[in-house]
Design a protein around this ligand. Structure first.
Ligand code: ASP
Length: 446
């Protein structure tokens, strides 16, 4: 059966009660020698900021030499409360807390490096708590901190990646450990030991990396919903659970808004052909969604709709260089220089339209593009992605999709089809998005 990697997201470790439930779930699978990956302790009071967000706000203040004691106290109080409810003492996380304080006062480094060090502590604290609860409940467990995990990443702070060559080193000497290993998600380090983080929500990716490194039998992502649904249930309450989907389908859904899975999770699992199963720690008896390689025969051509609102469309129109070679290269060099990640794109000879994933340097890139092109930004767009392996061989799908949108009175801005032909992705105005999704669901899926 192979070993099991079990990742528990923040809602699964938000309170003492939830952490005890996690310990019971892990104990029930102990014979598969699980490796447990955890997120930071989650929010238990409505309106409370996430620990990772609190760490970021604190890092920003501290690095700017502004007072941050109040922020630190708030994080401390949250952890004290959880420990107290579990009957555990502060001593358990005392050494990690000292590491956090040291990280905070080590100001003499670039902000992006400083932030990742501070950022990583939510998971580094929660992993100790989860391991101790397992021990207390009779499942021998050991917590391994980031500096011992050998998750060696590139230097892309805040969104670091592990190359396949480095994947094989993950967990090093801990691979043969007999106890349950509890591993903090979200963090790694550069080859020279500086802490990096893997992107927001990146603990899923940690689980996939660990799974790939160990050639695990299964990677389980435990969250607070029973698997993926065929559309956002807040818009389409009828949307059913997806029982099995392919890696390619999951990749498209995760990239375009299905929030239960971080998009970087699929690649390592797919390369090693390890099934990823999305499960609900609040309802451990429920079936979830299995993501795996085999082509699954089914009667539905379109299986699911994902969407992301509040997206900005960037259009670049050629001025002086119309028809000149090297025009595209010039544009993409600017994107590469600023680390801008294109999500979807449509081109003609004179214009390119696209949406981008990360935009912290967008202003600078736009300034440079304006030197040789007309650039317009159109905010308030929604990306909608229609997914299904069956689309590969079925003619007329896009006809059905776009005539449905036409009948619903939805104007489509930009259309692309992924290289694997299992998705059609397009942009609509935010105000039309809900109507478009509902119309598509009832015309093409239900
Ligand atoms: N704690 C990190 C975040 O909030 C990573 C994770 O939970 O997966 O983004």
């Amino acid at each position: 059966m192979g070993r099991l990697v079990m990742k528990f997201g923040e809602t699964s470790v938000a309170t003492a009660e939830r952490i005890e439930a996690v310990a019971a779930i892990v104990a029930s699978r102990a014979e598969r020698r699980p490796i447990v990956v955890v997120s930071a302790v989650g929010v238990s009071v409505p309106g409370e900021a996430k620990i990772t967000d609190q760490l970021e706000a604190m890092a920003e203040l501290a690095h700017a030499h502004k007072p941050y004691q109040e922020n630190l106290d708030k994080i401390r109080v949250k952890h004290e409360k959880v420990l107290k409810e579990l009957g555990l003492s502060w001593e358990l996380i005392g050494p990690v807390w000292t590491k956090l304080r040291n990280a905070l006062s080590d100001l003499d480094r670039p902000y992006e490096e400083y932030l990742d060090d501070v950022f990583s502590f939510g998971e580094r604290l929660s992993s100790h708590i989860v391991a101790e609860v397992m021990n207390a409940k009779g499942t021998p467990a050991v917590c391994v901190d980031v500096d011992e995990l050998d998750i060696i990443t590139d230097e892309n702070f805040q969104d670091a990646t592990v190359t396949p060559e480095n994947e094989g080193r993950i967990l090093g000497r801990f691979r043969t450990e007999e106890k349950v290993l509890v591993v903090p998600g979200f963090a790694g380090h550069t080859a020279d030991g500086r802490v990096t983080t893997l992107g927001r929500g990146g603990s899923d990716y940690t689980a996939a990396l660990v799974g790939a490194a160990l050639e695990a039998g299964e990677i389980q992502i435990w969250t607070d919903v029973s698997g993926m649904r065929s559309a956002d249930p807040r818009l389409v309450p009828d949307a059913e659970r997806l029982d099995v989907i392919s890696f390619d389908e999951a990749k498209a859904l995760a990239a375009f808004g299905a929030r239960v899975l971080h998009p970087k999770t699929i690649e390592p699992a797919m390369r090693k052909n390890i099934p990823v199963v999305i499960l609900n720690s609040f309802r451990p008896g429920d079936e979830g969604t299995t993501i795996r390689a085999e082509h699954i025969k089914q009667n539905k051509v379109i299986k699911a709709i994902a969407h992301k609102k509040g997206i900005e469309m960037l259009s670049i129109e050629s001025t002086s260089m119309l028809g000149a070679s090297g025009y595209m290269a010039r544009i993409f060099n600017i994107f590469a220089k600023y680390g801008i990640d294109i999500e979807m794109m449509a081109t003609t000879e004179v214009s390119i339209s696209m949406t981008i994933n990360n935009n912290k340097n967008l202003d600078k890139a736009v300034e440079e593009l304006k030197e040789f092109a007309n650039v317009t930004l159109e905010p308030g767009q929604t990306v909608i992605c229609i997914v299904g392996e069956g689309m590969r061989h079925t003619p007329g799908v896009s006809g059905r999709v776009f005539s449905t949108l036409g009948t619903a009175g939805v104007n489509v801005e930009m259309i692309t089809q992924g290289g694997s032909e299992i998705n059609i992705t397009f942009l609509v105005d935010d105000k039309d998005a809900d109507r478009a999704i509902k119309a598509l669901y009832y015309a093409c899926i239900s």
